[in-house]
Design a protein around this ligand. Structure first.
Ligand code: C2O
Ligand code: CU
Length: 466
């Protein structure tokens, strides 16, 4: 991925993208980016918060003046935000009001099997399912999404995603931007037909409309101070490489499994599907009136997918927040529990241009009746994950655990991947070396490519902790 991307002058108003008369997608920066609502618990007693959500069809005004059919958690596109605290339980009762089975996976969470949202553990139309989250893990920016086997890709594409922000004492004690200055931003791509409806086909290369919190390349008005953004790539296939149009690096403070040990300056922040990054942007460096674009130099034509969102600095503000030099401590790679087993995982898919490509892990299609990998409860293992395709990018997600990325391509992993991770990108031909400890729960869980079109094609497998 080329670093940097297009460096516009901070003040320059970028030209509108290619806009045809019948194109329902408006020019960039014509809509405001909303902030998804924080759900209020139905009840909050003792140490448990109870939520009730209905999974249902709805319409969303994604494109100005157009009602687009979407699938939603309680009518929100993208989904709402659940705020949770380590050690405090959350119960979410989901009612399935669709005409097809669903399952809800809390991505990045360590939960016992009945509540994990396994692809086969679906609940039927007209029924409800209560998920119990014990939140026995440190703070992390998690998300939830549908996982019904073979339907996960389309369900997520049509809107079944939500944000789950788990916090803890440590995170709360830091002077980072909070409240209205801590903004979840779900980024994804989409393709609209001429009626402004979401078009879905597997492996579609023409999803060239970038949505930030459900709006096409919107603007977001900010005060001249620091903001924390919880970035989530909820695309099925698209890899983003995010930067700022004034050329200043993004300050990344967190990744999938919570804060990094220390902030890191990143000129082009790469996020593959399912990955999260917490960044802080300090708008006080810019006078009121400045417009700063969050750019994407990832794959795709820059005139189509090169812009994600524009920050408009509209007012001054006090800023009591700061970014500590040390955010948390994690055991260094050399001090991790000794690994008893080393495994090799090969991700691949048909690359011969057949109309229905299949996805494989170690040469096998997903079979829910097969246990592919058995690990001992409490043990640590090294997983070497290789993308054996020559042209197709993949990534790798394990349920249940947060792991450490030890190496990428034989070299120590970079600082953006030095924290706790649950999803890691794997470029064509590349191998990543992971350290995983299985000490949370016993049971059967899946691992898969999080380019969901690929997992739906079979690039998924089951591991058993026993
Ligand atoms: Cu976010 Cu098995 O997925
Ligand atoms: Cu893949």
């Amino acid at each position: 991925i080329p670093a940097g991307g297009e460096a516009h002058a901070a003040e320059a108003l970028p030209p509108a993208g290619p806009h045809r008369a019948q194109d329902p997608v408006p020019p960039a920066f014509t809509t405001a980016m909303p902030v998804p609502p924080v759900l209020r618990p139905l009840s909050s007693t003792g140490d448990v918060d109870v939520y009730k959500l209905t999974i249902r069809r709805s319409t969303a005004e994604i494109l100005p003046g157009t009602a687009t059919d979407v699938l939603t958690y309680d009518g929100h596109f993208p989904g709402p935000v659940i705020q949770a605290r380590s050690g405090r339980r959350v119960l979410v009762r989901h009612h399935n009001d669709l005409d097809m089975p669903v399952t809800v996976h809390l991505h990045g969470a360590s939960v016992p099997p009945p509540y994990d949202g396994n692809p086969m553990d679906v609940f039927a139309p007209g029924t409800s399912r209560t998920y119990v989250y014990t939140n026995r893990q440190p703070h992390a920016s998690l998300w939830f999404h549908d996982h019904a086997h073979h339907m996960e890709a389309e369900h997520v594409y049509r809107g079944l995603t939500g944000t789950y922000l788990l916090t803890d004492e440590l995170e709360q004690s830091l002077p980072l931007p909070k409240g209205q200055y801590d903004v979840p931003v779900t980024i994804r791509d989409a393709r609209f037909d001429e009626q402004g409806q979401l078009a879905y086909t597997m492996s579609d290369r023409n999803r060239t409309t970038i949505l930030a919190n459900g709006k096409p390349t919107p603007y977001f008005q900010v005060a001249a101070r620091k903001y924390r953004f919880r970035l989530l790539n909820a695309s099925n296939l698209r890899l983003f490489a995010l930067g700022l149009s004034d050329g200043t690096p993004l300050t990344q403070i967190g990744s999938d499994g919570g804060l990094l040990e220390r902030p890191v300056a990143v000129p082009a922040l790469v996020l593959s599907p399912g990955e999260r990054a917490d960044v802080v942007i300090d708008f006080s460096r810019h006078p009121v009136g400045t417009r700063l674009v969050l750019t994407n130099s990832g794959p795709g034509r820059p005139d189509q997918v090169g812009k994600v969102l524009r920050f408009d600095v509209v007012r001054k503000a006090d800023d009591p927040s700061s970014i500590p030099k040390v955010l948390r401590t994690l055991p260094p790679a050399t001090a991790l529990p000794k690994a008893a087993v080393t495994r090799h995982i090969a991700l691949s898919m048909d690359e011969d241009g057949r109309p229905d490509p299949r996805g494989f892990i170690n040469g096998r299609l997903y079979d829910p009746d097969r246990i592919d990998t058995t690990v001992a409860f409490g043990s640590s293992e090294i997983w070497n994950v290789t993308n054996t395709n020559r042209r197709i990018a993949h990534n790798f997600h394990l349920h249940l655990v947060q792991f450490r990325v030890l190496e990428r391509g034989g070299l120590p992993a970079g600082p953006t991947e030095a924290g706790l991770k649950d999803t890691v990108r794997v470029a064509p031909g590349e191998t990543v070396k992971l350290h995983v400890t299985f000490d949370a729960f016993r049971g059967d869980y899946v691992y898969h490519c999080h380019m969901l079109d690929h997992s739906a094609m079979g690039m998924m497998a089951t591991f058993r902790v026993r």
